[in-house]
Design a protein around this ligand. Structure first.
Ligand code: TTP
Length: 717
């Protein structure tokens, strides 16, 4: 349900920029001879000429529509040029479009906070740029206004017959007596026009834009005058814009809520909402949604432009409509493998280029049962922690699928059908990676270090304890890290999922899956990154080995330097523990602490040991890991503290540094406690990091950390 957010300021300048017939423009840039011709991009499927996914404005004049197939388009426009979307792995390859979108984003982000909303849409917060312009070079003083700005459409501007529209726009921009908000919008007009021209110059792409005081209004405006134009919504025109706007056209009102407003409340236009007091709407739809509805009726929206140039998730999907539905498990596995391969490439690319890692893998499918009274039942989406590596993603995705199928058709159905058709069909499949977080700056080297020492997180496949055989089959393997944090119950691994995509992304996903008529593969997230470091798992492994090698030599160098520069280097974890004095007033514990850390035998143990098993599991060699599959012990990695990269401490995110410091705080110190505790080694030379921290170190990413001190967290022992 939508939630009202307080309007942060009613004087923001927000733009929504939307590329014109985007895929067509990308293809036209590749083949300039297509420019000016009626053109459409069709999906790779040849049936009836393939489905149109983007139509040029020249072709639209002939009545060509996106809903048509190539053959139909030829009927209404025989001269239409049909360009096939590139194909890879038997499905559409959207990388070229993603990277073209990225080019645009990099230009638009030059003037203000920029949020990439989809493959070809961007929100900009230009408030600061507009305020600066207003202070330094206000539009009312401008003698010459750029042609592109003069072509703007200003809603509510009275363009009487015969009047010079551009002259009216010029006057509006130049007004001395305008209120502050309109003056800011006037600046917005100039800035956006300039940005759009820059995009054209640098990328050869045209785009359209909406300029208003909030995202909602800017988005509504950007599509009003296309292609290559911009539309402005002054606050005085908001009511006029919304009054007649069909309620279902509003973002977030295209679904159930919109239907309910129509059928239960008789609301057909946004203006119809104005008659209801806020309390009434709250009574019917809850406090938040009621307030949100009351606000949007008045054009109020506090949604901020998120500074996000990169996608929130990555996805790869494919539809299998009609006779192409997948009806056997091996067929599903084949396609899942293709999708996962693509997803894995994009994750590697994101990791390499943007230093980001995803945490959650989700599988979505649409299915039908041929003889089923319960035809409404949906195939459940499932998710699990994401492991890097094509093979692992494929394996986990397949396990998720099996879990979903079992739930969808019942366990025995799954067991008995094997590769035989058993009355179900999959009409769409997609995998997505979400909860993408940046690797905290500099942590990359930590990941490399730990990776160089031990790779269980990347490669191990360990069954969970206390898991029955059937459940184990369905578990994404290698998920031990979460099991330490959560209940070890197998089923808790595979979650029913409302994927962690924002509403727009979820909408995009569902609409893409439903819009497509045949095997068209739709990217399910506004992903933008192209190219890929690693083509397959082997390459990934080679990469890891290379990185490991690089790290080792780097490490040797640094270690040598450290010896030379002793005393001037950044303190290592060892140094930190040496110099940290939890008892500044001279308690002997500080001495003890120093002593503990100074010993060459001091080890940084990264892991989570069970009460009665601690100590046994440690290996004195660095980088070792041990785990007894059968007896319920948890794995422990031990590292010689002297061999930790000296920059590690500084490179850790502040929260983790704080956490480590917290461990050595007095209240955590339990000098007389000789009994081993959960998460705490009985070896006084060991520092045990929580599994969350281990995750950061091992993966170089930041999971949802709960750094609040808890008894379960490890302390310095
Ligand atoms: P849109 O922005 O919806 O459309 P568009 O850019 O082609 O045209 P317009 O000028 O009207 O905005 O979509 C952006 C690109 O996304 C589009 O060029 C092709 C792709 N796309 C699909 O692949 N499938 C779809 O169902 C839709 C709607 C878009």
């Amino acid at each position: 349900m939508p939630v009202a957010k307080p309007e942060s300021s009613d004087s923001r300048v927000i733009a929504h920029v939307d590329m014109d017939c985007f895929y067509v423009q990308v293809e036209e840039r590749k083949q300039p001879q297509l420019r000016g011709l009626p053109t459409a991009v069709v999906q790779y499927n040849e049936w009836k000429g393939g489905a149109l996914i983007a139509v040029s404005y020249e072709a639209r004049k002939f009545g060509v529509k996106r809903s048509m197939r190539g053959a139909e388009a030829k009927e209404v426009c025989p001269q239409i040029q049909l360009v096939q979307v590139p194909v890879a792995r038997g499905k559409a390859d959207l990388n070229g479009y993603r990277s073209a979108g990225s080019e645009v984003v990099s230009i638009l982000s030059r003037r203000g906070r920029c949020e990439r909303a989809s493959i070809d849409e961007v929100y900009l917060d230009l408030t600061d740029a507009a305020e600066t312009m207003l202070a330094e070079n206000p539009p009312q003083n401008l003698e010459k206004i750029d042609e592109e700005a003069l072509k703007s459409h200003i809603l509510g501007l009275n363009n009487e017959d015969g009047s010079d529209v551009k002259e009216n726009v010029r006057e509006w921009i130049n007004r001395h007596n305008a209120d502050h908000r309109d003056k800011l919008l006037a600046c917005g007009i100039l800035i956006v026009a300039e940005l759009r021209m820059q995009v054209l110059k640098e990328t050869e792409f045209t785009c359209s834009a909406g300029i208003a005081h909030n995202k909602m209004l800017a988005k509504l405006a950007s599509g009003m005058n296309k292609p290559a134009q911009q539309t402005v919504v002054p606050s005085s025109s908001v009511n006029g814009l919304l009054n007649t706007l069909p309620i279902r056209k509003m973002k977030q009102l295209g679904g159930k809520l919109g239907i309910s407003l129509q059928t239960d409340m008789g609301v057909n236009t946004v203006g119809d909402l104005l008659q209801f007091p806020e309390e009434k709407l709250q009574e019917r739809y809850g406090i938040n949604t009621g307030t949100w509805l009351w606000n949007i009726a008045r054009g109020i929206s506090g949604e901020a432009v998120e500074g996000r140039l990169l996608p929130k998730s990555h996805g790869s999907g494919k539809t299998f409509p009609g006779p192409r539905a997948l009806k056997t498990v091996p067929a599903v596995q084949h396609w899942l493998n293709q999708l996962c391969e693509e997803l894995s490439e994009r994750l590697c690319s994101d990791l390499d280029q943007n230093k980001r890692m995803a945490n959650t893998l989700t599988l979505h499918a649409r299915a039908y049962k041929s003889s089923d009274s319960d035809s409404q039942k949906k195939f459940p989406s499932k998710s699990c922690p994401l492991r890097y590596g094509t093979g692992k993603i494929q394996e986990d995705a397949f396990n998720l699928f099996q879990a979903g199928l079992r739930e969808y058709i019942g366990f025995y159905g799954v067991k008995t059908q094997g590769s035989q058709y058993s009355g179900w069909g999959i009409t769409s499949l997609s995998v997505s990676a979400s909860k993408i977080v940046p690797i905290p700056s500099g942590t990359c080297s930590i990941a490399k270090y730990f990776h160089g020492q031990s790779t269980p997180h990347f490669s191990s496949m360990q069954s969970l304890d206390n898991v029955n055989a059937e459940a184990t089959l369905l578990l994404p393997p290698g998920s031990e890290c979460y099991s330490e944090l959560n209940s070890p119950k197998a089923e808790s691994w595979i979650e029913d999922t409302v994927p962690d995509l924002d509403l727009q992304e979820q909408k995009d996903l569902s609409s893409s899956l439903s819009k497509t008529q045949d095997g068209f593969t739709q990217d399910i997230s506004p992903s933008l990154l192209s190219g890929c470091l690693e083509q397959n798992q082997n390459k990934q492994e080679r990469y890891i080995t290379k990185v490991e090698g690089q790290f080792k030599s780097e490490y040797k160098e640094r270690k040598g330097k450290r010896v030379k520069d002793k005393g001037t280097e950044t303190p290592s974890i060892l140094e930190l523990f040496k110099s940290y004095n939890p008892y500044p007033f001279g308690s002997s514990l500080s001495q003890e602490l120093k002593k503990t850390a100074q010993g060459t035998g001091a080890r940084l143990t990264i892991g989570h040991a069970e009460e009665n098993e601690v100590g046994k599991e440690e290996k004195p060699m660095h980088g070792s890991s041990s785990r007894d599959e059968g007896d319920g012990r948890r794995e422990v990695w031990s590292y010689n503290i002297d061999e930790i990269d000296p920059t590690v401490m500084d490179e850790l995110p502040q929260e983790i540094q704080d956490e480590i410091k917290a461990w050595v705080q007095p209240h955590k110190w339990r000098p007389n406690n000789n009994t081993a505790r959960r998460g705490c080694s009985n070896d006084a030379n060991d520092i045990i990091l929580t599994s969350e921290t281990r995750n950061v170190l091992a993966f170089g990413n930041l999971p949802d950390l709960d750094l609040a001190p808890s008894s379960d967290q490890a302390s310095f022992c």
